[in-house]
Design a protein around this ligand. Structure first.
Ligand code: PEP
Length: 248
């Protein structure tokens, strides 16, 4: 993207072990050269947050969660709050990832509550939106994305997006090896910026969905794409670092 800070976020999803993480993080740290234009974050499973935090402390790479419960504390067995992530100095939290929308039935309303809860605790929410394959084929991709974003905009207010990141992740492109084409991604990103009016040009807007080192550069060269949310590519240190460098 043009004239905005760039960002690369690694979403480890439900992968890793203490030993695998030690190796992956060591390889990342070994070859890490601080970037001046790019914010880099890693979002591990909750249980590995202390390990990631201890290892990345002071490195310039920050960390975050993959989801949160919007409540502050209480009888929510198995859940983790924004405050708990802050307690481990997390900077970001992903909300509305399509895997949680589908696997956990998280609605736009619930995602909006997560977004607000994150900001209340000083975390920057990374709000994921994206259309299904059926919606795209029916020509409804932009409508689907508008509907998802509108619920959060209504609840949080447009101004809240000055402290948020939006990630456009077409569902059919996540984990499939089939990325959106640069033209498809750019069209949606332009549309999203328009939804935000005056704030649109300042919004940090990532693309996610099968970004690899071979397609990162052409995506990042587009005017309205400010970096990427990575799944698979964040589990390989060389690939992850190469994509971070592409964003610089
Ligand atoms: C993701 O999980 O947000 C993602 C973009 O996954 P992948 O890069 O593997 O498609």
């Amino acid at each position: 993207g043009i004239r905005r800070r760039q960002m690369v976020v690694g979403n480890w999803k439900m992968n890793g072990s203490k030993q695998e993480n030690t190796h992956l993080l060591a390889e990342v740290m070994h070859s890490w050269v601080p970037l001046t234009q790019v914010d880099v974050a890693i979002c591990p499973p909750f249980v590995y947050l202390p390990q990631v935090a201890d290892t990345l402390q002071g490195s310039g790479i920050v960390w975050g969660g993959q989801s949160i419960n919007p409540n502050a504390t209480g009888a929510f067995t198995g859940e983790v709050s924004a405050r708990m992530l802050s307690d481990f100095d997390a900077a970001y939290v992903i909300v509305g990832h399509n895997e949680r929308r589908r696997l956990r039935g998280e609605s736009d309303q619930y995602v909006a509550e997560q977004f607000l809860a994150a900001q209340r605790e000083g975390l920057i929410p990374i709000l994921c939106v994206g259309e299904s394959e059926e919606a795209r084929e029916a020509g409804h991709a932009l409508d689907a994305i508008t509907a998802q974003l509108s619920v959060v905009i209504e609840k949080a207010g447009i101004g809240a997006f000055a402290n948020a990141v939006v990630a456009y992740e077409p569902i059919w492109a996540v984990g499939t090896g089939k990325s959106a084409t640069p033209q498809e991604a750019e069209q949606v990103h332009k549309h999203i910026r328009q939804l935000f009016g005056d704030l649109g040009s300042q919004l940090t807007l990532l693309y996610g969905g099968s970004v690899k080192v071979h397609n990162a550069a052409e995506l990042f060269a587009l005017e309205d794409i400010d970096g990427a949310l990575l799944g698979g590519a964040s589990l390989d240190a060389k690939e992850f670092l190469a994509i971070c460098r592409c964003a610089e």
